[in-house]
Design a protein around this ligand. Sequence first.
Ligand code: GLY
Length: 338
Amino acid sequence: MSSRIIRVELGERSYPVVVGHGATKTLRTLLPAAARRAVIVTQEGLPTIGDLDLPHTSLFIDRGEANKNLSTIEHLCRGFADFGLTRNDVVIGVGGGLVTDVAGFAAASWHRGTSVVHVATSLLGMVDAAIGGKTAVNIPEGKNLVGAFWQPRAVVCDIDHLSTLPESEMRCGLGEVAKYHFISGTDLLAMTMEERIAECVRIKAEIVSEDEREGGRRALLNYGHTLAHALEIAGEHDMAHGEAVAVGVVFAGRLAGALGLIDGNRVETHERVVGDTYGLRTRPLRSHDPAELVRIMRRDKKAINGLTFILDGAGGLAVHNDVPEDVVVETLRTFLSE
Ligand code: GLY
């Protein structure tokens, strides 16, 4: 087994992210020494973690974004209680972003904070969701509105798990990789899969170490997400998160062009990188009313200062609050009609 270890540096809460073929074999060494039992939180049909010489049980989350809710947290916590999980024990989240978000929040809440280790089985989970301690569930009023920052004790990214991933899930992860392309300016596709995942983890680890609670730079990780969240809601999740992020990144390029922050070449680079280099859709699956999308964006939990976008510019990506609504609507209208 070859693997790379990237550390998320957060003082005494620092932790390793192990990236490599067969990296799951390191899992046992990553569990807290005091843990006497473990609960594995996962979904049916996902890769398993092999033998664990520790008393353990598995709890399953049903598939689909609709299950990322408070009822699932209650279901998990009642399962923890049945199994006798104590605060010294460990929760192991095995799955994609939905699983690690939900398992992380359940662990953060159980006995006011129980250790969690994530085994990310999707590309999106490996490059983004499992790292950085954001945990949350949805309520009808919005995505990820109820949650906590709760850093894992370790994250495992086993490249072998990707061979079982459906094509649509790979595309979803690539949308987030394309995001890192613009955050870092690095040609990530020139790398092997292991190098690429390790590089995305390194970029995210560095940002999270600097700004754990998203007071500043961490917001850049939301590049493309303002429109993406609105598309997910308006499209009733017809596009997976990463696919919507890919469209959101291209639109963010277009909006930055409309606001005079970047030139036409750079706008075109967004279309080309996402559409040609990464081979992803650059427009939504269905038609959308621009005014409706803007209404949803205004409800976004980050929209405290009017419409907020991460936009490209001469100095790289930056947060822009109060982006004029008329420019957003007009740019969206043209963008969606092409
Ligand atoms: N997914 C964005 C972040 O972790 O901050």
